[in-house]
Design a protein around this ligand. Structure first.
Ligand SMILES: Cc1cc2nc3c(=O)[nH]c(=O)nc-3n(C[C@H](O)[C@H](O)[C@H](O)COP(=O)(O)OP(=O)(O)OC[C@H]3O[C@@H](n4cnc5c(N)ncnc54)[C@H](O)[C@@H]3O)c2cc1C
Length: 762
């Protein structure tokens, strides 16, 4: 028993800790920053003011993590962000493909707790900073109301991933709130500040549940009463269904006309008013009879924040960087979500809830956007990075934020190891060290080519038991009706092979087939029509021979486009091959994809068609036969640093007939192998929304699950039978001395050959 007598005043317990890097904010940017830095060997504190990690992606807010894949509704093929964010989303899809937000919280906690170099502080609110000089933060102060402890976190480096920018703000760093004038950066999409407003607001969501019996609902007195007259986008009937809850109500937005930081509580109350009022309308207006058995299962108690301060870095990302996909010598991450601005009046506006415009492909983000201009030991992460309001409209999403978070995590580790300041890496040579470290962890950096990759792989002779020469995608007996255009996206170099396809027609017709490519070879927007052919088809099943033999092409991806013709059906295949895809020119209004993007004049955005994949089990490949076979899967692809399809497949793919696909690396001298890092195909083309959406596969069907590694004496030095991850890192603490390494893979299925995107051996 403890009894304490009266004293005039007590002090809270104080704990002081010292780290290499303090990350403030445990959203996706902060989590990915902390894990990346910790894995590079530095000591990290991850401080999060709320009980779980994830920020807007946590079960407290329930937004799905998205980035360049944009619900698979744009032209950014194979663009899911790599590195830690990929590992997290792949793991979540494996454990929780239904997208339960509570389970996603635990995927994040699990990942962070697995890192011995991270100390995690949940429920810990950073509320002050101290500087050792004008431009250097020495410590941040925090308080945990759960354990009544005051903390002092000292560090050499700080990363502000707190959304509103608590430490950047307190340390005096320059920032902006609101929209730039069009003239400042010549950004033609900059909004009319009075009419449209200049800030995006907050949102609160709700989940509903069918209880199986009638449930009455009495709204709180404060709930909005006159829904139809106040919310012009009044609930369309289709908005009532059990999968139209959660973040499908992203347009329940408010606060863009007021102070999105200091008025947050007022915004929250307004959003509760709206949510409980809408539920009243659903339950009691008599317009949604299907809602009788439904109850509100959950309503957010913390608003999801979209926009507040953006801090000054050494470069400000602008609309032109996004739309023109401008390259930067210091690119360390990329974005690919549309520029997505919202009317500041939110749910009370008569305008569309959002105004989204896509780029033709992903765009690089320079390191300079992540380094504070004013404070020498401060990185910027997440939505607060140095971007204009318009560019922020794209860079703000969580896949992009996480990818940038990884960049600053890797940069922080290099700063500590080399005793340099973040800004010292803003240099043509120095930046390559960060880029190299990032690529090694799976971070794809667009338009960047670095030589000498793979460690010991670069000096090894590589032999493989087989290389896929793709002669056909086997028919599955089903057909795809050309109600909208379809295309096969194929890696080709030189002559276009002859192609043969079974087709069915209900009457005689002409079918137009185009050969298309992207003007920018690294893009997947088929904006260059190279050849058009028309084929006469008769009324029955028949074989269609497609020839473009007049054409000889540079190495790249080409689209064989079958134009819309509902009379025609094309034979489908169940085969899935790394680096080969079907895409469709269909509509996906969820991401403002109406088949063709047609922006108004003078907003600085391009007109082009959107050709996108369909989610499995739909979106089958077309059952094409190739003559000669497609050769794009050679083992030489393992010697480059691209671990996903860009320009070529960048994959070694074995032949399906090969009973034991084997990769053998041989050196002239004995090598001591300490680490092998394998990059498998977990379908970077697939968006892996973290919550709510649900996915067909828990393990990506391209992914090699079973493999073994042998030394020169055929000793098995590693084996697994249940891999589902993209990157497998195998450490040999004592080192393996050998002249040969054999990697034996098992085909993922009878239809999908084993593949490998990359290999690093140290
Ligand atoms: C309604 C809505 C819809 C959106 N739609 C999508 C979408 O579909 N997909 C998508 O990817 N993105 C979407 N976004 C954008 C995205 O959610 C944000 O831009 C993103 O969360 C920014 O990531 P972040 O890590 O910078 O911030 P956050 O996710 O906000 O994380 C910051 C974290 O820092 C913590 N923190 C703040 N202050 C402190 C402090 N003083 N001490 C300690 N910790 C602190 C916060 O609690 C928070 O957890 C949407 C946003 C909203 C609001």
């Amino acid at each position: 028993m403890i009894i304490e007598d009266y004293i005039s005043k007590r002090e809270l317990t104080k704990i002081e800790k010292k780290f290499d890097l303090v990350v403030v904010g445990g959203g996706m940017a902060g989590v990915c920053c902390a894990i990346t830095a910790a894995r590079q060997g530095i000591n990290v504190a991850l401080i999060q003011d709320r009980p779980v990690l994830g920020g807007n992606a946590s079960s407290e807010v329930r937004l799905w993590v998205l980035g360049a894949t944009s619900h698979m509704g744009n032209n950014n093929r194979w663009s899911r962000e790599g590195g830690v964010i990929d590992e997290i989303l792949v793991e979540n899809t494996f454990r929780n493909k239904e997208g339960n937000p509570v389970l996603f919280d635990m995927v994040l906690v699990d990942k962070v707790l697995a890192e011995k170099n991270i100390e995690l502080f949940l429920n810990t609110i950073v509320l002050d900073v101290e500087k050792s000089s004008e431009k250097v933060i020495s410590q941040v102060m925090a308080f945990n109301p759960q354990n009544q402890i005051k903390y002092i976190f000292k560090a050499d480096l700080f990363a502000d991933c707190s959304g509103d920018g608590i430490i950047s703000y307190l340390s005096g760093a320059s920032f902006r709130v609101g929209a730039e004038d069009k003239e400042e950066n010549l950004e033609l999409f900059a909004p009319d500040k009075n009419e449209y407003g200049e800030l995006l607001g907050h949102s609160i969501f709700f989940y509903m549940k069918d209880t199986g019996k009638a449930v009455k609902y009495v709204a709180p007195n404060f709930a909005l009463k006159d829904i139809e007259s106040t919310i012009s986008k009044v609930m369309k009937p289709e908005y009532f269904s059990s999968n139209q809850h959660g973040c499908k109500y992203w347009w329940l937005e408010y606060g863009g006309r007021i102070d999105t930081i200091h008025d947050t509580e007022a915004i929250k109350f307004e959003l509760w008013k709206v949510v409980y009022g809408i539920w009243d309308y659903i339950k009691n207006s008599g317009k949604y009879l299907d809602s009788a058995n439904y109850t509100l299962e959950w309503v957010g108690v913390i608003p999801g924040k979209r926009e507040s301060r953006r801090f000054k870095g050494h470069y400000m990302l602008t609309q032109q960087d996004v739309v023109e996909q401008r390259n930067h010598y210091d690119s360390v991450a990329y974005g690919g979500w549309s520029i997505d601005l919202h009317p500041s009046d939110g749910v009370y506006s008569e305008k569309n809830g959002c105004n989204q415009w896509h780029s033709k492909g992903i765009y690089p983000i320079p390191y300079r956007c992540y380094v504070s201009y004013d404070i020498e030991n401060l990185f910027l992460g997440g939505r607060l990075i140095s971007a204009s309001h318009v560019a922020f409209g794209s860079s703000r999403v969580m896949g992009t934020s996480a990818h940038g978070g990884q960049a600053i995590g890797a940069a922080a580790a290099l700063c500590i190891k080399t005793k340099k300041k973040p800004a010292e890496f803003i240099d043509f040579e120095e930046i390559k060290k960060i880029q190299r470290a990032l690529i090694t962890t799976g971070q794809y950096i667009p338009q960047l080519k670095l030589n000498d990759f793979g460690g010991k792989v670069s000096t090894a002779k590589i032999d493989v038991s087989s290389e896929l020469a793709l002669s056909e995608l086997k028919e599955n007996g089903n057909y795809f009706r050309l109600d909208y255009p379809a295309a096969m996206l194929l890696p080709i170099k030189g002559n276009i092979p002859k192609m043969r396809l079974k087709v069915k027609c209900s009457e005689a017709t002409n079918l137009t087939i185009q050969l298309r490519a992207s003007y920018k070879p690294f893009n997947f927007t088929p904006d260059a029509i190279l050849f058009v052919k028309s084929y006469s088809l008769v009324e029955r099943e028949q074989i269609l021979d497609i020839e473009f033999n007049e054409i000889n092409v540079e190495k790249g991806y080409y689209f064989i486009c079958f134009q819309k013709n509902s009379i025609v059906e094309l034979a489908e295949s169940d085969q899935l091959i790394s680096g080969i895809k079907s895409v469709f020119n269909y509509q996906n209004p969820a991401v403002s994809n109406y088949g063709t993007q047609r922006p108004p004049k003078n907003i600085g955005v391009e007109t082009f068609e959107l050709w996108c994949p369909l989610r499995r089990p739909n979106g089958k490949n077309l059952a094409l036969k190739f003559s000669p076979s497609l050769h794009a899967f050679e083992s030489v692809n393992l010697k480059n640093e691209f671990f996903r399809p860009v320009i070529g497949t960048n994959a070694w793919v074995a032949s399906l007939e090969d009973k034991s696909p084997t990769l053998t690396l041989t050196w002239n001298e004995i090598q001591t192998i300490e680490k092998i890092c394998l990059f498998f195909d977990t379908d970077a083309d697939h968006a892996m929304e973290s919550v709510q959406m649900g996915h067909f596969d828990s393990v990506m069907p391209f992914c090699v699950q079973e493999y073994s590694i042998e030394d020169e004496n055929s000793n098995i030095i590693y084996e697994t039978i249940n891999n589902h991850q993209t990157i497998n890192i195998i450490d040999f603490d004592k080192g393996i001395n050998t002249k040969t390494i054999k990697i034996k893979l098992k085909h993922p299925s009878q239809l999908t050959p084993a593949s490998l995107f990359g290999l690093i051996i140290n």
